[in-house]
Design a protein around this ligand. Structure first.
Ligand code: UD1
Ligand code: CA
Length: 455
């Protein structure tokens, strides 16, 4: 039987106190709604409808690449009204699964079980037993334990409020049945809303079986209403990601101090120290060690690389056996070959560095092609920008650059050249020779330091 998914995401999210629509707030670096759409897609439905309302343009723009049907709910008249906006596009025989844009961690297996129950002909609802059911709709059952309805907290009697089995909101049912019931909803209740939950009582009345199932983890059904709940779910999400990484063979010094906002793939026996943030797509080879307080974004890092403390690295490829940091900044379009050393207070941007070269201290290397076995002295700067354009610096194999050298691009340094410390290099440097530019050293005999005047 074909599955159609409807994601309700029209609520305002007032308690976020934000200019950003609630469902666009990120969890693990991805909008809440993105998580739900990604999970929905893995169920391979015929269609995914997203019911949007508040901040609709922003939401649609942010998720424009998603293969979903957008359905506007101009006025938020309740969850039943929201689902009714999407139903016209869904054939009667489809199984409809209702998800929520602000409940991001619902599990795939949980949804499969729910959809399966509905395929067997009835209405399937996902419930939970909570120690504190405050705020949730309560499940009503008859003496035989059959579900007879859901009562919202605001409409509930004291006895009903004591029920700890709650409605999570997730449900699945044939579209034809839902269409019939939604047409009969009224808003004669405490909130003057068209409640989706009223379909449970209608099913019971019509003799349609109502089945319930529960999610294996409580976090799956938790929604985000404010930033406190968002932060709590973020921790849950990060904890699960960290556990998956550890199970796949990486040691984390402290899983509570590791954040992944994207994807990481790691070979065997990598070690990641505390307070590391990984964003985008990061691939680590085997035996990579990442020191504390590093930010890693979109990287391919080869086997045995060691990144020492406090490095920020982005959009780069780092060859096997290289050593980076501490305190290094690797900027986009950097490609380091094998066994390259980049030391403290070095910034590298859009540079290709061949194997075994060393840039160990206090340098800026940008728009550069560097050969192998080069030694770059402390404080070397490629002057790549003339105020209008960027220019290339080319450095051959086996070059030795003395400390505090400026290479004013465009400029080429031939293989095996040596540049004397403190040089400003403005013309090409021939291979194999010593080149330097330096004003002669002077000594003034008998010169006296000025003395402070007495006041
Ligand atoms: C709803 C359920 C309640 C359940 C709880 C779980 C109803 C009537 N009640 O209550 O039984 O325990 O969820 O969290 O369904 N939405 C729209 N359009 C609307 C109204 C809501 O898209 O007109 C969306 C919201 O964006 C939100 C979700 O539906 O994602 C739930 O709406 P909300 O108003 O928060 O329902 P609750 O009162 O929490
Ligand atoms: Ca809610």
């Amino acid at each position: 039987m074909t599955l159609s998914i409807v994601i309700l995401a029209a609520g305002q999210g007032t308690r976020m106190r934000s200019a950003l629509p609630k469902v666009l707030h990120p969890l693990g670096g991805r909008p809440l709604l993105q998580h739900v759409i990604d999970t929905a897609q893995r169920l391979e439905p015929r269609t995914i409808h997203v019911v949007y309302g508040h901040g609709g343009d922003q939401v649609r723009e942010a998720l424009a690449r998603e293969a979903v049907e957008w359905v506007e709910q101009a006025e938020q008249l309740g969850t039943g009204h929201a689902l009714a906006q999407a139903l016209p596009g869904i054939p009667d025989e489809d199984t409809v699964l209702v998800l929520y844009g602000d409940v991001p961690l619902i599990g795939l297996d949980t949804l499969k079980a729910l959809a399966q129950q509905a395929r067997e002909g009835g209405l399937a609802v996902l419930t939970a037993e909570l120690d504190d059911p405050t705020g949730y709709g309560r499940m009503l059952r008859d003496a035989e334990g059959r579900l007879t309805g859901i009562v919202e907290q605001k409409d509930a009697s004291e006895a009903e409020c004591a029920i700890r089995e709650v409605n999570t909101g997730f449900l699945a049912c044939r579209a034809g049945l839902l269409r019939g019931w939604l047409g009969q909803l009224s808003n004669d209740n405490a909130q003057r809303e068209y409640y989706l939950t009223d379909v449970v009582a209608m099913a019971a009345r019509d003799g349609v079986p109502v089945e319930s199932c529960q999610a294996p983890h409580e976090y799956e059904i938790l929604g985000v209403n404010d930033r406190v709940q968002l932060a709590a779910l973020e921790r849950t999400f990060q904890r699960r990601q960290a556990e998956a990484l550890m199970r796949a063979g990486t040691t984390l010094a402290d899983p509570a101090r590791f954040d992944l906002r994207g994807r990481i793939e790691a070979g065997r026996d990598c070690f990641i120290d505390v307070n590391v943030l990984v964003e985008g797509e990061v691939v680590l080879g085997e035996g990579v060690r990442i020191g504390p307080n590093c930010v890693l974004r979109n990287l391919r890092i080869g086997d045995g690389v060691e990144v020492l403390a406090d490095c920020v690295m982005e959009d780069a490829v780092i060859g096997a056996g290289s050593r980076i940091g501490p305190f290094a900044r690797i900027r986009p379009e950097t490609e380091l070959a094998e066994r390259v050393h980049v030391g403290n207070f070095v910034e590298i941007k859009k540079a290709r560095v061949a194997e075994g070269s060393k840039i160990n201290h206090l340098s800026y290397i940008g728009d550069t092609r560097m050969g192998s076995g080069v030694n770059v002295g402390a404080g070397t700067i490629t002057c790549n920008y003339d105020g209008a354009n960027k220019h290339l610096t080319e450095i051959g194999d086996g070059v030795f650059i003395g400390s505090d050298t400026q290479l004013v691009a465009p400029v080429k340094v031939g293989d095996g050249a040596t540049i004397g410390a403190g040089s400003t290099i403005t013309r090409d440097v021939p291979p194999g020779e010593l080149t330097l530019s330096r004003s002669p050293q002077q000594t003034r005999k008998g010169w006296q330091r000025p003395k402070k005047k007495k006041s």
